[in-house]
Design a protein around this ligand. Structure first.
Ligand SMILES: Cc1cc2nc3c(=O)[nH]c(=O)nc-3n(C[C@H](O)[C@H](O)[C@H](O)COP(=O)(O)O)c2cc1C
Length: 212
């Protein structure tokens, strides 16, 4: 890798635009953009960067997968993980989708809550056995010995449990981020990108165009 590698990665954006003459509900627009990228690449569509605030007031980001959109943007995790502990202390968070296939970004600000036990159970039971066991075996974000053989433990548990119903552990489940702001970004030529920011005010969405 040389300094040139960074310069050569300069991209031009020119495949789409935002229709500022036809402002629609942001959730509708999100669903439209999501469906468009989902047709091209499912993993790209559902991968999102989730930022929470750590106890020392630093933002903390990691990728999680979007698993639903109802009262908010739904994802699943370990409630005792670092993100779980951060959300417990401060539920304010940000989600960022980057969809390079369509030269789009969506930024979402909001507040996180846990999904109901019923929603979490339903999703947990829909997962393959190995993923259910994996969720139980992982004390996500805690330190473990360098030589711990997790795949071996997984195999052992699969052999022990293949006939049993594996229930969702209480410390694993869903979250949803209820949006208060959503910004849509469409890359355009000469870095003169289209940006449309929606803010929720008294249950109504107010839209503004932003300078690139
Ligand atoms: C493509 C991809 C998808 C991921 N999906 C999830 C997910 O849906 N839920 C989750 O808890 N972690 C997911 N992870 C792992 C997280 O990025 C992170 O490593 C983990 O949740 C621990 O984060 P924390 O220590 O901040 O709690 C994913 C990672 C990648 C790269």
């Amino acid at each position: 890798m040389s300094d040139n590698s960074f310069k050569k990665a300069r991209l031009d954006y020119n495949i789409g635009s935002i229709d500022f003459n036809n402002i629609i509900d942001p959730i509708k627009l999100f669903r439209r953009w999501f469906d468009e990228v989902y047709q091209i690449d499912k993993e790209e569509a559902v991968s999102m960067n989730l930022s929470t605030i750590s106890s020392d007031n630093y933002p903390n980001s990691r990728i999680v997968l979007l698993r639903g959109l109802e009262d908010g943007f739904i994802f699943y995790s370990n409630y005792k993980s670092q993100k779980g502990r951060e959300i417990e202390k401060n539920p304010k968070a940000h989600i960022n989708f980057y969809w390079p296939s369509l030269e789009r970004q969506v930024r979402i600000k909001g507040t996180i809550n846990k999904t109901s036990a019923k929603v979490s159970d339903k999703y947990f039971l829909s997962r393959p056995l190995k993923s259910r066991i994996g969720a139980i075996l992982s004390d996500q974000s805690t330190e473990i010995p360098l030589d711990k053989d997790l795949q071996k433990e997984l195999l052992g548990e699969i052999n022990k449990n293949h006939n049993k119903k594996i229930e969702r552990p209480n410390h694993w489940g869903g979250y949803y981020l209820k949006p208060s702001e959503i910004e849509f970004w469409q890359g355009k030529d000469a870095r003169l990108h289209d940006r449309l920011l929606y803010k929720r005010k008294n249950n109504e969405w107010i839209a503004k165009r932003l300078s690139p």
